[in-house]
Write a protein that binds this ligand. Structure first.
Ligand SMILES: NC(=O)c1ccc[n+]([C@@H]2O[C@H](COP(=O)([O-])OP(=O)(O)OC[C@H]3O[C@@H](n4cnc5c(N)ncnc54)[C@H](OP(=O)(O)O)[C@@H]3O)[C@@H](O)[C@H]2O)c1
Length: 345
């Protein structure tokens, strides 16, 4: 296949961290990235060049281009952490072995991001994808599914009979809801919009609460009493999260894995850490990769593909935006409340 000299990409306008804590919402994309024709990157030793089929837009991408993520921005480099495509070039034995394969992948800081016609990453992080898995599922194969499995495992291993999730209409929580349904550990979902309740119940949530409704506190109290949830999987980390945590029984763990609301919570019940053995902890998939043995990672990847191929999991996609239209259309598309936004070349 002929590889062109140049490609269209959404390249970052800023370097490093912003020092701000605004959260992942964007009003306009052109504040953070430019649409530009740039040279197609060349794979260094151990790297592959991937012709993009689809990139999933995650909150982490938006935190990153805003300078609020766990590693610094690289000015001039294409953005985009995750996607699926076909390997068209490789440097080194392992990389060359992937040429012609459809792979799901993430891009590290040494690579060149997925918001482009071609992406560059390490051969070692590429996951060959089963033929019976859709591009929509493969585009988001790594970040959310592996996080869902790893965090659900926290609930399973702790012996919990139920768990609470915030931002529960997110793609990640839909995956955890299905895991709870399939393993008999009751998902308790918290959203902020009534129109999301019926769908989450269909997916397997035992209870769905709207944090904005007037009876939220009373219903929460009642559900905590009957279900006794001891794990809070929290992507919002705001006052609602803190109030939910302090309403939970003794021994409860608050696992913070996202910061969708920039407002920090006030901790009103510090005595619970002393007398009720409650704990707050964090989860970051990057650390999971560093601390999880390779064979366990391989097992988790196979489980992800099996769940998508068999229909136990589905990536719900609301909008597809063309790469060249993204500067004008992406920010608006991200206001979607029904599902993911995908970038396509
Ligand atoms: N720590 C890790 O390793 C890790 C890995 C993967 C994902 N994550 C995190 O997991 C979260 C979900 O990711 P995703 O890709 O599944 O998200 P997604 O499908 O894009 O959905 C985002 C969800 O967040 C909700 N939301 C946004 N701002 C909110 C706020 N201020 N208060 C309450 N809800 C809010 C939205 O609800 P509305 O419909 O009401 O707007 C929507 O349901 C993100 O925070 C992401 O950063 C973390």
């Amino acid at each position: 296949m002929t590889i062109p000299d140049t490609m269209y990409a959404l390249v970052q306008k800023h370097e490093g961290f912003s020092g701000k804590r605004e959260g992942p919402h964007i009003e306009r994309l052109d504040i953070y990235v430019d649409g530009a024709d740039i040279p197609v990157p060349q794979p260094a030793e151990g790297q592959v060049l991937i012709k993009m089929s689809m990139a999933s837009i995650n909150p982490s991408d938006l935190h990153y281009i805003k300078g609020e993520y766990g590693h610094p921005r690289v000015k001039g480099a294409p953005a985009g952490f995750e996607g699926v495509g076909v390997v068209v070039a490789g440097n080194g034995k392992d990389a060359e072995a992937l040429i012609g394969k459809r792979v799901a992948f993430t891009v590290q800081s040494v690579g060149s991001g997925a918001w482009a016609e071609y992406a560059l990453t390490q051969a070692a992080v590429c996951i060959p994808v089963r033929d019976d898995m859709r591009d929509e599922d493969a585009a988001g194969h790594v970040v959310n599914p592996l996080t869902a499995l790893a965090m659900f495992d926290l609930a399973r291993k702790s012996g919990a009979k139920s768990f609470i999730m915030t931002a529960a209409n997110s793609q990640l929580c839909k995956l955890m809801t299905a895991l709870g349904r399939d393993h008999g550990i009751a998902p308790i979902a918290i959203v902020r919009k009534d129109e999301q309740i019926a769908h989450l119940e269909e997916l397997g949530a035992r209870h769905v609460l709207n944090s904005q409704s007037s009876d939220f506190t009373d219903r929460l109290k009642q559900i905590v009493k009957t279900e006794e949830p001891t794990i809070l999987l929290d992507a919002v980390a705001n006052q609602v999260s803190a109030d939910v945590f302090f309403a939970m029984p003794a021994g409860a763990r608050w696992v913070v894995y996202g910061k969708l609301d920039p407002e920090p919570p006030v901790m009103r019940e510090m005595g619970q850490f002393v007398f009720m053995h409650k704990q707050i902890e964090g989860f970051w998939l990057t650390r999971w990769f560093m601390s999880t043995p390779r064979d366990e990672q391989v097992r988790a990847i196979a489980e992800v593909q099996e769940r998508f191929a068999s229909g136990k999991w589905v990536t719900e996609v609301d909008k597809r935006v063309r790469l060249r239209d993204a500067i004008d259309e992406l920010a608006g598309a991200l206001n979607s409340t029904r599902g993911k936004v995908m970038l396509i070349p």
